[in-house]
Design a protein around this ligand. Structure first.
Ligand SMILES: Nc1nc2c(ncn2[C@@H]2O[C@H](COP(=O)(O)OP(=O)(O)O)[C@@H](O)[C@H]2O)c(=O)[nH]1
Ligand SMILES: [Mg+2]
Length: 290
């Protein structure tokens, strides 16, 4: 994954500096905004740098540390697989962000660890969505539970979780619709599916992942707020990090939403999913791809 030179340029500009002077602060502000870091997050980062009069390791190290701090503040980054079988991972997000692809990658990730994964085709709004998940299920080698297009997604989920329980499987990953007739309908449906998991499994979903398209910047933040009003999102997945122009999106998304980014999508293939690591990510921003 490579980012254009924004952060590398920042790093160069800050090289050797132990005090943040006004003109550098201004340049830094502009560069961070240009890298898709949201306004409030930029102000917070700058204030942190200005407040400490001198940075032992240099301003650049101070900035990196602050960013890693922001990226780590949302809590545990591991996907919760549930304390009892089957764990239920609920996946939401608007159409086109990369939900179904992420589900396939995640199923593949667990299958490689020898876990038994069942996919639940609860995006019943579009017939093509069921077909698409089925194709991925075939590639990954995971069973799928599906109903007819237009069926009640809560019933699909109930059957999926019940089947996984009966077969003693480890995990159920639930694909959901990203669009219905209205946004209100969609949010109601997601709530209903959540209750259906609880009915079938005796507890709500163990993990509720919201998939966001990393290329959409502040728009992704707005989307996330809407979903978070309807369902208890426990983790974010930033898909399309490989085509994300600037990389700063992650920083403001985590700062503004207070929910950890747990996974990042780095391509269209099954292996293109990574567990999000703040330290590694910041290093990559500043060094590898710049
Ligand atoms: N480059 C890239 N493309 C992705 C990634 N994740 C998904 N996509 C593509 O985004 C498009 C929409 O993905 P899909 O999973 O169908 O989205 P959904 O509507 O949210 O289920 C497809 O063309 C995927 O191949 C990613 O991490 N990187
Ligand atoms: Mg889909």
């Amino acid at each position: 994954m490579r980012f254009p030179g924004v952060f590398r340029n920042i790093a160069r500009r800050l090289a050797g500096k132990t005090i943040l002077d006004a003109s550098t602060a201004e340049e830094l502000e502009e560069a961070l905004l240009g890298a898709d870091v949201g306004f409030e997050t930029v102000e917070k980062l700058l204030k942190g740098l200005e407040d400490s009069s001198a940075h032992a390791g240099g301003v650049q190290a101070g900035l990196r540390e602050s960013i890693v701090g922001l990226l780590s503040s949302g809590g545990a980054a591991a996907v919760n697989e549930g304390r009892e079988k089957p764990g239920v991972i609920f996946v939401a997000g608007v159409n086109g962000v990369g939900k179904t692809t992420t589900i396939a990658k995640l199923a593949h990730f667990y299958k490689k660890q020898g876990r038994e994964v069942l996919l639940s085709a609860a995006d019943t709004f579009r017939a093509a969505a069921i077909d698409q998940l089925e194709i991925w299920a075939g590639r990954v080698g995971a069973p799928i539970v599906k109903h007819k297009p237009g069926a009640d997604p809560a019933a699909v989920v109930f059957d999926s979780v019940s089947a996984a329980r009966a077969r003693g499987m480890d995990l159920v990953i639930v694909d959901t619709a990203g669009r219905l007739h209205t946004r209100q309908n969609l949010m109601e449906e997601l709530k209903k599916i959540t209750r259906s998991v609880e009915k079938a499994n005796g507890r709500p979903p163990d993990e509720t992942l919201l998939v966001l398209d990393a290329t959409t910047g502040q728009n992704a933040v707005a989307q996330a707020r809407e979903f978070m009003n309807a369902i208890p999102v426990t983790g974010l997945v930033l898909a399309k990090m490989d085509s994300s122009a600037r990389g700063g999106t992650v920083i403001s998304i985590m700062d503004e939403l207070g929910v950890p980014v747990k996974l990042i999508g780095t391509g269209e293939k099954l292996d293109d999913l990574e567990v999000f690591d703040p330290g590694k990510f910041v290093e990559m921003l500043f060094e590898e791809g710049g």
